[in-house]
Design a protein around this ligand. Structure first.
Ligand code: URA
Length: 258
């Protein structure tokens, strides 16, 4: 029996084929287009595209208005869920908002959810996230603790997984920035950690993590420490030495401000 395939299944099948190396959309059986019914063969006259939400409004102005009127974390999550201008939303399974303790003194800002985070609707739960947990444990910090002094709060610049984990586009980062700014205001941490280049791009307006890492800067009105992203450390274990120095720097700052 022929059944209609939903868009998510169709997208997953397509992604699977691309992972297998498919580069052309060719069917299993050849089709003789000369025998196709005339109405299919004839090029259609172009119809004006239906207006999308992005045509109708200024996405950035809407993001600013939605974020600034969010009075608490639940309202901010609802505002993100209701925001229709970021196309990444349509390809993602879940909104990935945050994890950890809202009264934590350290707020970690990553880049965007990957496959595992998209499935579990939680930031940093895949291999990079597991490494992050081990790094934090090494300086006595923990996302799952109830004690605010040793807790961390974790979020990402983008709450939706980009397709094939591609880098977010500058306009996608720009749209999400008002939400990240409001998120930092609501958590009000003692400092933020900018994990990797995308997070530095969003928070500091510049990339170059190898140069930026380990030096305190200011982002979202808070002291901000750029660090190597744990996914980078998985690919470049030699950089763990610098990451360890940065973790100690973070620990010293937190202890000094207690
Ligand atoms: N990488 C990120 O930056 N964030 C996640 O949540 C997972 C991987």
């Amino acid at each position: 029996m022929e059944s209609e395939m939903d868009i998510r299944t169709a997208r997953d099948l397509l992604a699977w084929q691309i992972e297998l190396g498919a580069t052309e959309a060719i069917g299993d059986t050849p089709v003789n287009r000369y025998e196709a019914p005339e109405k299919l063969a004839k090029p259609k006259t172009a119809q004006p595209a239906a207006p999308t939400p992005s045509d109708a409004a200024d996405p950035l102005a809407e993001a600013r208005a939605a974020a600034s009127s969010a009075a608490d974390l639940n309202a901010l999550r609802d505002a993100l869920a209701a925001y229709e201008h970021c196309d990444l939303k349509r390809g993602a399974r879940n909104l990935v908002f945050s994890d950890g303790h809202p009264q934590a003194r350290v707020m970690i800002i990553g880049e965007a959810p990957g496959r595992d985070e998209d499935l579990q609707a939680k930031p940093f739960v895949g291999r990079a996230g597991q490494l992050l947990d081990r790094m934090l444990a090494a300086i006595g910090m923990d996302r799952a603790t109830d004690a605010p002094e040793t807790a961390v709060y974790i979020t990402n610049v983008l709450p939706w997984r980009p397709p094939q984990n591609r880098d977010p586009k500058p306009e996608e980062i720009a749209m999400m920035l008002p939400f990240v700014e409001r998120h930092v205001q609501l958590i009000d941490p003692a400092c933020v950690v900018l994990m990797g280049n995308i997070s530095c791009q969003a928070g500091l307006g510049k990339r170059g993590i190898t140069r930026l890492r380990g030096a305190w800067a200011e982002a979202y009105g808070k002291p901000a420490l750029p660090m190597f992203h744990p996914a980078y450390l998985l690919r470049n274990p030699a950089a763990k030495r610098e990451a360890w120095a940065d973790l100690l720097e973070l620990q010293a700052r937190i202890e000094a401000s207690t």
